[in-house]
Design a protein around this ligand. Structure first.
Ligand code: ADP
Length: 482
């Protein structure tokens, strides 16, 4: 499964600008396999002036693309979807190669990514305006929906394909054009995606991928008046900075930022469901997800039973090479990611945490699936995102206390709860200050549902009919003298 890949396997190392595949301007980006630490590719690094060319091409291509009937745009997105189905294994292999996640999860990511293509291919034809009953005689009042215009997308490394399709698919369907900058660690799946888009019939300039240094490219897309919207998924500090940079040109922004999600397990939860929810919410994607359950709060009456069942499951999980189908957890993305997990584990142990499964990193980028009990509320792992396979269980007594702990964070992306009491579920899910709540499940993402946060977790929604609204603006047309 590992081995040398080339363009026949969709491994492309050039940038895609204005319908052309370009060699870079600067020192290439070295893309590394996070398990073997080998170089997989030296990807073109474009400079600010090439990024500006991509923006200019997107502006040039906009009028014709926006004027295409929605049905035609939808059909092209549909062809793109079908090509992704055909190349599922190639794309999954690229994702595991550059990101490290187990192949099973990489295939899952391709399928999830492609849900957005399928959904928005159809959604293109369902963008409806309004006819408003006129307030005075002789008038006609309409609210039409128009594409926002040129969009820039900046995406992270943890779901390198899905975080791009959930931006690109609604943008294309709405009639916008887009310049995308993938994360430096994982540009390959974005370039493969662009290649399939070209095959599907996306016209030159409508969708470009600029690989290169984040700073200069970020400056071009935020400062350019031609860019009317920035959609970003990544860390809260970078999102805050980019949103400020968009203010002088008054761009629309969508921000999907950090999470610090709580999982609340109440005494009346079904034990098997609670354990399964914790496993999925914590360990999916090796813990490197913005909706990962970062803090696990378990009520006094179920805690011992939960811990022994959860410890049994965690100690059966294995971490290692993503290409070994046995493994549940792949390598983490870089040294800093390992260092953070190690620091959070040490900190919790120093504060009195008890190790029930896993332990210190065996080396390389591998973090063992680890479970700690008796973790105090102030521990680092409950205060900031660990972004790794480390679960810490914190106790609580009352429902109100659990709600207080869950909301005691500047973030508000996802929260999870396990209970079998309908009244408690209704009360707690309303009281949680988050954009998403998973009840008796750790798996909530779907192209059909609105994904997004409140508080410092961002603005805007991706997925569902709401996700295409982000790429549309309203034009009110008032005609008199009728
Ligand atoms: P992560 O912790 O996921 O790496 P980042 O916010 O650093 O989070 O990265 C998310 C995306 O933002 C990546 O594509 C990264 O290259 C990009 N990015 C980071 N810094 C900047 C910046 N100063 N300007 C524009 N993009 C940036």
């Amino acid at each position: 499964a590992r081995g040398k890949l080339d363009e026949a396997d969709l491994l492309i190392s050039r940038a895609y600008v204005a319908g052309e595949w370009l060699e870079g301007d600067d020192t290439p980006i070295r893309v590394e396999d996070p398990f073997t630490l080998e170089t997989i590719a030296e990807v073109a690094s474009v400079n600010a002036s090439t990024a500006q060319q991509a923006v200019n091409a997107a502006a040039g291509a906009l009028p014709a693309w926006a004027a295409r009937p929605a049905k035609e745009r939808g059909a092209i997105v549909r062809r793109w979807f079908e090509l992704i189905v055909q190349h599922r294994e190639d794309l999954a292999r690229l994702i595991t190669r550059e990101n490290g996640k187990p192949m099973r999860e990489a295939r899952g990511e391709v399928d999830y990514a492609n849900q957005f293509m399928e959904f928005y291919a159809d959604e293109a034809t369902r963008v409806l305006g309004e006819i408003i009953p006129a307030a005075e005689p002789g008038r006609r009042m309409l609210a039409e929906r128009e594409p926002v215009g040129v969009c820039a997308a900046i995406t992270p490394w943890n779901f390198p394909l899905a975080m791009l399709t959930r931006k690109a698919a609604p943008a294309m369907a709405a009639g916008c054009t887009m310049v995308a900058k993938p994360a430096g660690q994982t540009p390959l799946s974005a370039l493969a995606f662009a290649f399939l888009g070209q095959e599907a019939g996306i016209p030159p300039g409508v969708f470009s991928v600029v690989t290169g240094r984040a700073g200069p490219i970020g400056e071009v897309v935020t400062q350019s008046p031609a860019v009317r919207k920035l959609t970003f998924t990544g860390s809260t500090p970078v999102g805050t900075m980019l949103m400020a940079a968009c203010a002088p040109t008054m761009k629309r922004v969508s921000m999907e930022l950090g999470g610090n999600a709580p999982l609340l397990i109440f005494d009346d939860a079904d034990l098997d469901t609670a354990v399964e929810t914790a496993i999925v919410a914590k360990f999916r994607n090796s813990g490197q997800s913005c909706i990962a359950a970062n803090r696990i709060y378990v009520q006094d009456g179920i805690r011992d039973r939960f811990l022994s069942a959860f410890a049994g499951r965690v100690s059966q999980m294995s971490a290692g090479d993503g290409f070994d189908e046995q493994n549940d957890i792949g390598p983490l993305i870089d040294e800093a990611a390992i260092a953070k997990v190690e620091e959070h584990r040490e900190d919790a142990l120093t504060r009195g945490g008890r190790l029930l499964a896993g332990g210190a990193s065996p080396g390389g980028r591998i973090a063992l699936p680890t479970l700690l009990a008796n973790v105090p509320e102030q521990a680092m792992l409950a205060q900031e995102e660990t972004f790794g396979p480390l679960a810490g269980v914190i106790g609580f007594d009352t429902v109100e206390r659990a709600i207080g702990l869950a909301n005691d964070t500047p973030f508000g992306l996802a929260a999870y709860l396990c209970s079998q009491d309908p009244a408690k579920i209704a009360h707690v899910s309303r009281a949680l200050e988050t954009g998403m709540v998973g009840i008796n499940t750790g798996l909530i993402s779907s192209a059909h549902a609105p994904f997004g946060g409140v508080k410092m977790s961002g603005v805007g929604r991706e997925g569902s009919h709401q996700g295409i609204e982000e790429y549309l603006s309203t034009k009110y047309i008032c005609q008199a003298g009728l």
